[in-house]
Design a protein around this ligand. Structure first.
Ligand code: ADP
Ligand code: MG
Length: 337
């Protein structure tokens, strides 16, 4: 049973969502049964979807704007990793029984801001109320020129491995939120929290990597695991030079307090930076791109032929320290050998 003050489904769509469809005629004002989309001739579509559930993928009671930014951000990060330009998206909401209009108001307002930033429009969705927690599914459609997509499978032996931005801030921000990093000063704590709350999908970078990168992935499972996905898809092995991995000052401050957090960030996820490979001949172009985008693009390792020395097939990722010694990661700590 609904609260009398809450809008019904049609009012809700008209009030909160139809404004987000303005400017995209294919949305049909969210007033027909489905959207009617006309991609530009010669373009290919890149489609990705993610579901987030309160209490599982984001904290219960999170600010609605943060949830909106996260939901769109995780999807846009996947588009960025494919080199796609965001175009349209659909949104499916399963609201908890006690949902409030103020939630949707703040949620939709942030979607509107994100749309402006990233240049996409809402074209459809579904709205239901259920007995479970707030659960949101967003599907983004982007476009690429034919052949311009970035795949995980294109890395070649000798390619350099690059990482955008800094590693680990999102993971560390979650730890800060959970009260797990004692003694961190307020400024650094706030910076890490902000990175956890608002993923920054590297959409512009993804668009500019066409013709430079041979393979790309967004870091969502963790640097080592995600490079492993690229290596395996590409039939290569990979090496990460731990000393080259870029960290923010805030992350370094956290490591100074708890050195074992460094393993957490090498193997933990939720950074939404791009990890990509490119041949050495593109080094100057990548440096130029980094300056142009005002975004660090750091060479952190390289690819080499898979299945050779160790004979166990491609997809191995070795992490080496400054002395060239291999670091191994257990669940609760790394050791040298
Ligand atoms: P149906 O009953 O066929 O599921 P709906 O009444 O759910 O249709 O949806 C009517 C229109 O409103 C459709 O165009 C649908 O895409 C749109 N819509 C419904 N919910 C949302 C939402 N959360 N965001 C955007 N569009 C929505
Ligand atoms: Mg419906």
């Amino acid at each position: 049973m609904g609260n009398a003050k809450r809008p019904d489904e049609f009012e809700l769509i008209a009030r909160f969502f139809a404004p987000l469809a303005e400017g995209e005629t294919g949305a049909l004002g969210l007033q027909d049964d489905a959207a009617l989309l006309s991609p530009e001739p010669g373009k290919r579509l890149i489609v990705t979807t993610d579901t987030l559930s309160a209490g599982v993928h984001f904290p219960v009671g999170e600010a609605p704007g943060d949830t909106a930014a996260r939901l769109l951000g995780v999807n846009l990060s996947d588009l960025a990793a494919m080199g796609a330009r965001p175009w349209v998206y659909t949104l499916s909401l399963c609201l908890p029984e006690d949902w409030q209009p103020s939630f949707l108001e703040e949620f939709a307002a942030e979607l509107g801001r994100q749309q402006e930033t990233h240049g996409l429009r809402l074209v459809g969705g579904d709205t239901v109320a259920g007995k479970g927690p707030l659960t949101l599914t967003l599907t983004v459609i982007g476009t690429v020129d034919k052949g311009g997509e970035l795949r995980r499978s294109g890395a070649q032996a000798g390619d350099q491995v690059y990482l955008s931005g800094t590693l680990g801030d999102g993971t560390l921000g979650l730890r800060v939120m959970q009260g797990e990093i004692d003694g961190l000063d307020r400024k650094h704590a706030e910076e890490l929290l902000a990175r956890y709350r608002r993923p920054r999908p590297r959409v512009q970078l993804g668009l500019r990597l066409a013709g430079l990168a041979t393979a790309a992935i967004d870091v969502s499972d963790g640097l080592v695991a995600d490079l492993g996905h690229v290596a395996e898809a590409s039939g290569q092995d990979a090496v990460i030079e731990a000393g080259r991995v870029p960290y923010s000052d805030a992350a370094r401050a956290a490591f100074a307090l708890e050195p074992e957090l460094m393993e957490t960030v090498l193997t933990g996820g939720d950074d939404y930076e791009l990890l990509f490979t490119a041949p050495p001949s593109t080094a100057d172009d990548i440096e130029g791109l980094s300056k142009e985008l005002d975004l660090a693009l750091t060479r952190i390792g390289h690819m080499h032929g898979g299945g050779g020395a160790d004979g166990d097939g491609a997809g191995d990722v070795r992490v080496i320290d400054d002395d060239g010694r291999e670091m191994t990661f257990a669940e609760a700590g790394y050791r040298h050998f």
